[in-house]
Ligand binder design. Structure first.
Ligand SMILES: C[S@@+](CC[C@H](N)C(=O)[O-])C[C@H]1O[C@@H](n2cnc3c(N)ncnc32)[C@H](O)[C@@H]1O
Length: 200
C-alpha cells in the first residue's frame, strides 16, 4: 500500500466543497492578497502546496509573460489544479514534495506559500525552507501567509526563526485578525544578494 498517497489525498467531498466554493474564496480570501504581491508580468514563480489552484489561477493571470510552476504532494489536488488552469499555458504542475523533486530549474523570482507550512510536519519545515533558499535567485522572495490559531496554525515568531535560519532576510511581516479568514500572518522574506566589499 502506498502510505504517502493515501495520507495526503483529500476526500471526494472535501474536494467537491473546495471546488464549489472556488468563486467565493477567490473573491473574498485570495483576490486582494494576490493583487498586493509585488509581482512582475515576466516573473518565474513557484507555488508550493497549490491545492486546487485558486490562488495559482490569480497568479497565472498576473504572470502573462512569465511562468508559474505549481507543486503539491497530492495527486488529486494536482489533477484538479491542472483542470482549473487548463486555459493558462504559462503554468506547469509537479506532484511531490519540494525537497525530493531535484528541480533542474532554479533561479525562481519568487515562491508563494499560502496556508501550507502549518500542514508540513514540524521536523521537515527547516529542510523545506532551506530548499526554497536554493531554488530562488539572489534577491528572490518568499511570499507567505499562514494561520495563527493554536490548534491549527504556526506562531509568527516560529516562522521568522525558520526563515532566518535558512539565511533569509525579513522584508515585512503583519499579523491580521481575520473577519472571514482565521487570524493570520503574512510575511515576505528575501534571499539577500551577496554584499561585496572592495578594498583599494
Ligand atoms: C491548506 S491547503 C492550501 C492550498 C492552497 N495553497 C490555498 O491556499 O488554497 C495545503 C496544501 O499543501 C499541500 N501540501 C502539504 N504538505 C505538502 C508537502 N510536504 N509537499 C507538497 N505539498 C504539500 C497539500 O496537499 C494542500 O494542497
Amino acid at each position: 500500500m502506498n502510505q504517502v498517497a493515501t495520507t495526503y489525498e483529500p476526500s471526494t467531498i472535501n474536494l467537491y466543497m473546495q471546488q464549489a466554493f472556488r468563486p467565493i474564496s477567490r473573491r473574498y480570501f485570495y483576490s486582494d492578497y494576490v493583487n498586493s504581491l509585488p509581482v512582475k508580468p515576466t516573473d518565474k514563480i513557484l507555488e508550493f502546496g497549490s491545492g486546487i489552484g485558486v490562488m495559482a489561477e490569480l497568479l497565472a493571470r498576473r504572470l502573462y509573460l512569465g511562468q508559474l510552476t505549481c507543486v503539491d504532494i497530492s495527486k488529486r489536488y494536482i489533477s484538479r489544479a491542472k483542470r482549473n488552469l487548463r486555459d493558462y499555458p504559462n503554468t506547469t504542475f509537479v506532484r511531490g514534495q519540494l525537497t525530493k523533486l531535484n528541480f533542474s530549474t532554479r533561479g525562481f523570482d519568487a515562491i508563494n506559500l499560502h496556508y501550507v507550512l502549518h500542514d508540513v510536519p514540524e521536523a521537515s519545515r527547516q529542510e523545506l525552507i532551506d530548499e526554497m533558499y536554493g531554488l530562488l535567485r539572489p534577491g528572490g522572495k518568499v511570499f507567505l501567509r499562514e494561520p495563527l490559531n493554536e490548534s491549527h496554525g504556526i506562531p509568527s515568531a516560529n516562522t521568522d526563526v525558520l526563515f532566518a535560519s535558512a539565511g533569509f532576510v525579513k522584508e515585512s511581516g503583519n499579523e491580521r485578525r481575520g473577519r472571514f479568514m482565521r487570524d493570520n500572518y503574512s510575511a515576505c522574506y528575501i534571499k539577500a544578494k551577496n554584499i561585496r566589499f572592495f578594498f583599494i
